[in-house]
Design a protein around this ligand. Structure first.
Ligand code: DAK
Length: 257
C-alpha cells in the first residue's frame, strides 16, 4: 500500500480510497499499484466479503495521469505493458465490488468504476470519456464496457464528444444503479456492502462468476455455466443452512463453507 490509496476495514467490508487531492485523483502508477496491492490483500483476507472503491467528494478520479503520460512513445507503452500491467486487478477480483463515485469520474476514472460490479453515485457525480479531447481513446475498457452498460448509441455519443453525463442521466441509462445525496453516499454504500457481506461468501463468489460470464459467452454456454454453478451451491453448507433457516423461520447463520 502507499499514500495514494488509503485502506480501511469496516466489519467485513474493505475500503480503498484514491487519495491524490492535488491532481483530482488522476490515476498514476502509485494509485494503480496501491489499488492492486489493496485488492490482493482483501482477496487473501477471508473475513472480507465485499470491497468499496472510492475517491473524494470532488473526484472519484479524473482519468489517467496526463502529466505522467504525455511524453510516452509507442515503444514505452508497448514495452511496459501500460494499463495491462497494473490497471486490471479488478477484472480478476473474485468478491463483490462497489465503486462509490462522487464528483468527476472521467476517462480512466470512469473505466475503473465500470470494472467494479456495481456503481453507486453521489448526486454530484459526473461521468465522461474525454480522451478524444487529448487525441487518444479510452484504452482501459470503455470502448467495450460502455456499450455493454449503456448501449451503442450513447456509448458512441459519449466517446465521440467527450461530453459529461450527470448522475441522474447515468442512472437513467444504467451506468450506475443508485444515486444518493453526496453527503450520504459513503454511509449508504457501506450499509449496502454490510448487507451483502452478511451473505455466504462462496455463494456470492459463485454468483459473481456466473454473472461475469454473461459478458463473455453465448447465451446457451452461459446458461450451462449458470446451471453448474447452481448445482455447486448444493455442495455448500451455507445453502443447507439458508434453506433450513427459512423453513424454521429463523435468521440464517452462514459459515462461508
Ligand atoms: N491528469 C493529471 N492531472 C490532472 C488530471 C489528469 N487526468 N486531471 C486534473 N489534473 C490536475 C490539474 O492539472 C490540476 O493540477 P494543478 O494545475 O493544480 O497542478 C489539478 O488536477 C486540478 O485540476 P483543475 O485545475 O483542472 O480543476 P478544475 O476544477 O478546473 O477541472 C477537471 C477539473 C477534472 C474537469 C479537469 O481537471 C479536467 O478536465 N481534467 C482532465 C480530464 C481528462 O481529460 N481525463 C482523461 C484523462 S485520459 C491508454 C489507456 C487508457 C487511457 C489512455 C491511454 N493506452 C492503453 C495507451 C486513458 C486516458 C485517460 O484517462
Amino acid at each position: 500500500m502507499n499514500n495514494a490509496v488509503l485502506k480501511e476495514i469496516q466489519g467485513r467490508t474493505g475500503i480503498l480510497t484514491i487519495n491524490r487531492p492535488d491532481a483530482m485523483n488522476a490515476l498514476n502508477d502509485e494509485v494503480m499499484n496501491g489499488l492492486t496491492a489493496g485488492l490482493d490483500e482483501f482477496e487473501n483476507n477471508e473475513s472480507i466479503h465485499c470491497v468499496i472503491i472510492s475517491g473524494s467528494e470532488k473526484a472519484f478520479a479524473a482519468g489517467a495521469d496526463i502529466a505522467a503520460m504525455r511524453n510516452y512513445e509507442y515503444i514505452d507503452v508497448y514495452r511496459d505493458n501500460f494499463i495491462s500491467r497494473n490497471w486490471e486487478r479488478l477484472k480478476t477480483f473474485r468478491k463483490p465490488t462497489i465503486a462509490a463515485v462522487a464528483g468527476y469520474a472521467l476517462g480512466g476514472g470512469c473505466e475503473v468504476a465500470m470494472m467494479c460490479d456495481m456503481v453507486f453515485a453521489a448526486d454530484n457525480a459526473k461521468f465522461s470519456l474525454p480522451e478524444i479531447k487529448i487525441g487518444t481513446l479510452p484504452g482501459a475498457g470503455a470502448t467495450q464496457r460502455l456499450p455493454r452498460a449503456v448501449g451503442k448509441a450513447l456509448a458512441m455519443d459519449l466517446c465521440f464528444t467527450g461530453r459529461m453525463l450527470s448522475a441522474s442521466e447515468a442512472l437513467q441509462f444504467g451506468l450506475v444503479s443508485r444515486v444518493y445525496p453526496k453527503a450520504d453516499l459513503m454511509a449508504e454504500t457501506l450499509a449496502q456492502a454490510r448487507d451483502i457481506a452478511a451473505y455466504s461468501l462462496p455463494a456470492l463468489m459463485m454468483m459473481k462468476e456466473s454473472l461475469s460470464r454473461s459478458f463473455e459467452t453465448p447465451l446457451n454456454e452461459g446458461l450451462a455455466f449458470e446451471r453448474k454453478m447452481l448445482y455447486a451451491t448444493f455442495a455448500l453448507e451455507d445453502r443447507k443452512e439458508g434453506m433450513n433457516a427459512f423453513i424454521e423461520k429463523r435468521p440464517a447463520s452462514f459459515r462461508n463453507r
